[in-house]
Write a new protein. Structure first.
Ligand SMILES: Cc1cc2nc3c(=O)[nH]c(=O)nc-3n(C[C@H](O)[C@H](O)[C@H](O)COP(=O)(O)OP(=O)(O)OC[C@H]3O[C@@H](n4cnc5c(N)ncnc54)[C@H](O)[C@@H]3O)c2cc1C
Ligand SMILES: NC(=O)C1=CN([C@@H]2O[C@H](COP(=O)(O)OP(=O)(O)OC[C@H]3O[C@@H](n4cnc5c(N)ncnc54)[C@H](OP(=O)(O)O)[C@@H]3O)[C@@H](O)[C@H]2O)C=CC1
Ligand SMILES: CC(C)=CCC[C@@H](C)[C@H]1CC[C@H]2C3=C(CC[C@]12C)[C@@]1(C)CC[C@H](O)C[C@@H]1CC3
Length: 529
């Protein structure tokens, strides 16, 4: 057959173009090496596949949750869904309690670095309750099911002038995970952790019974639930307080250019009688940072409004760094929902390791509307090569330490990981019973969450040894490790860090021994892959 331009139509060009491209690609991968391509060119897969799929996924879910709430269907279905949870647990009891239980939520969907190995060996109980049940503006309470995400919360509450006192910033964080684990935001210096803004929990217990707990009712259980990681029962609803929201956050950026400034100005601001609504610091090196203080407001200076959530806008941490580089203070008015999700588009600063050019203005204008890729999809598709790279050359940790240990803590992180930016988020820790409380007798104590996410820049970084050194330091400071991250603590060290008195009491009273693993056996490094 003789080929010439006359009989070589478009379909022929496409027909031959595709296999030719595939052959070239395969040759390129063979030349470069699959591992190198998977890691250094992951952005190709992310941009071509994960970003569009993420858009479709979020669009469908947004429409669904809007319809459900508009049709007011959730409350009617809620009771049926709770009965389904109870039925599954009773069936497990009748079967002779074959193995301990956990939720059936696939491990790749949660906002943690790993998946629980226990998902494949324990009895999985479906707890697919994902709707906001009611917003009571008289009582200032929102009642929600555990799979409700923070993105759903802001989408519903903010437009009607309300918000959660503590609304953690990643869209896909769920009410259940933030209660059974931990949740924090830059308003936590006023309101504490996510658990401290909760009014009541409704749980299905190991015998299939439904129980409600609050400070006034079954209070021991109420204080034992936070940080219990689903090992006392299945959460089926929670009531959280809501506070009036305003349209903007007046955000003031203050560059800090010395260790002394960081360790004095930041703690003083967090405890300041000025009571800023939001306080947060991003540290870009051991002696340079940007302190951000925010106030809710309905008024604004229009020339200073910055809708940082718009797809074409720079990544927030890069925008903030600009104030440091210019060594110049600044004030902006940021729409509230944009503020809450300020770190979502760049997944804090994690996206720079995945799509290195993601903050480029051309990429942002053309593809920014699809960003960020869903954390769950990144986790689902990362494969062993990327997982191994993150295992050996990446840290994701949040350590909660008393504010008066800030300076020593930053020295410890600088020495062992030299990883920046660091997220410094202050929070007040009330002295209540439960797994996490100050060791002092004070009614409450100011703590700070040090978030380290990225590639350690020390020559001798080793995930286990390095993390254990930091864990030891944090434990010696009467601090706590966030348990979504890799915990290399031994069980004895874990029980030293977290107060198990009330937890053990509730495990006995609720007959949990055969029903659920202990927390340690769900969160330790050996329990996750
Ligand atoms: C956990 C992690 C995830 C990353 N993901 C991506 C990504 O998805 N896409 C992307 O373009 N860039 C990614 N990067 C950035 C990547 O480090 C650089 O783009 C570039 O690959 C650096 O390669 P290097 O050999 O000079 O690494 P160096 O900075 O010299 O790192 C020293 C050693 O660390 C290991 N290492 C570090 N980075 C990599 C890597 N990317 N591949 C294999 N081994 C590595 C290797 O053993 C390397 O020799 C990632 C980096 C890390 C640490
Ligand atoms: N700003 C912040 O505060 C941020 C917090 N995080 C971390 O992310 C976590 C939240 O991630 P998310 O994906 O929402 O939560 P997960 O699905 O990871 O749940 C966390 C734990 O809570 C248990 N759990 C969740 N829902 C229920 C329920 N209805 N009944 C019983 N147990 C339940 C899970 O049990 P099981 O394993 O059986 O499913 C799991 O052990 C937080 O704990 C936090 O540590 C991460 C990023 C930011
Ligand atoms: C603000 C607080 C308290 C914590 C923030 C933690 C997040 C930065 C991490 C929680 C889960 C992490 C995952 C990744 C990046 C960092 C987190 C979002 C990945 C997306 C990194 C790339 C991997 O291939 C998949 C990871 C999934 C979990």
């Amino acid at each position: 057959m003789h080929l010439d331009s006359a009989n070589f139509g478009l379909s022929d060009k496409i027909f031959y173009f595709i296999p030719a491209t595939i052959v070239i690609l395969i040759s390129w991968v063979k030349y470069k090496g699959l591992e190198h391509v998977l890691i250094n060119y992951r952005w190709i897969f992310v941009c071509l596949f994960l970003l569009p799929i993420s858009v479709i996924y979020d669009t469908l879910f947004f429409i669904r949750s809007k319809l459900i709430f508009l049709l007011n269907a959730a409350p009617k279905q809620h009771d049926e869904r709770v009965k389904h949870v109870q039925k599954q647990v009773r069936k497990w009891v009748e079967a002779g309690r074959p193995s301990r239980m956990c939720t059936a939520r696939p491990g790749w969907q949660n906002i943690s670095f790993r998946r629980g190995k226990y998902k494949s060996t324990l009895t999985n109980i479906e707890v697919n309750l994902m709707d906001i049940l009611s917003v009571d503006t008289e009582r200032k309470v929102v009642r929600a099911e555990p799979m409700v995400s923070m993105g759903q919360m802001t989408a519903l509450l903010n437009p009607i002038g309300w918000t959660l006192p503590v609304l953690p910033e990643l869209d896909d964080l769920t009410v259940g995970g933030l209660i059974m684990g931990v949740g924090i935001e830059s308003s936590s210096h006023l309101y504490g952790l996510f658990q401290h803004c909760c009014i009541s929990f409704e749980l299905v217990l190991a015998d299939g019974s439904l129980v409600k707990c609050s400070k006034e009712e079954n209070s021991d259980l109420f204080y034992a639930v936070p940080w219990s990681y689903g090992t006392l029962g299945f959460l089926v609803a929670a009531e959280m307080s809501i506070i009036p929201a305003k349209k903007y956050v007046r955000l003031e950026y203050t560059p800090l250019t010395s260790r002394q400034q960081i360790s004095s100005l930041f703690p003083a601001t967090a405890s300041s009688s000025e009571k800023f609504d939001f306080v947060e610091t991003l540290a870009y090196d051991r002696d340079s940072a940007v302190l951000m203080t925010g106030r809710l407001t309905d008024d604004c200076e229009f020339d200073k409004v910055n809708a940082i959530g718009r797809w074409y806008k720079p990544w927030f941490f890069k925008h903030v760094e600009g104030y440091l580089l210019r060594n110049k203070k600044g004030v902006e008015y940021i729409p509230l929902r944009d503020y809450y999700h300020r770190h979502s588009r760049s997944i804090f600063w994690e996206l720079q390791d995945i799509v290195p050019f993601g903050n480029n203005i051309i990429f942002r204008i053309l593809c920014g509307w699809m960003v960020p890729p869903k954390v769950s999809l990144l986790k689902l598709t990362q494969g062993e090569t990327i997982k191994r790279l993150y295992e050996n050359h990446h840290m994701v940790q949040d350590m909660l330490v008393p504010m008066d240990k800030l300076n020593d803590s930053l020295d410890c992180f600088h020495k062992h990981v030299n990883l920046y930016p660091l997220w410094l988020c202050p929070f007040v820790l009330p002295n209540e019973q439960g797994m996490v409380h100050p060791r002092s007798s004070a009614s409450s104590e100011m703590y700070v969450d040090i978030g380290a996410y990225g590639e350690p820049k020390v020559p001798n970084y080793h995930p286990r040894e390095t993390t254990r050194k930091i864990e030891q330091f944090v434990s010696d400071c009467d601090g706590f490790q966030m348990l979504y991250a890799d915990s290399y603590l031994t069980e004895q060290e874990f029980r030293k860090m977290f107060d198990h008195n009330l937890y053990d009491k509730m495990r006995r009273e609720l007959d949990c021994e055969k029903a659920f693993p202990e927390v340690y056996n769900k969160v330790c490094r050996a329990a996750r892959d």
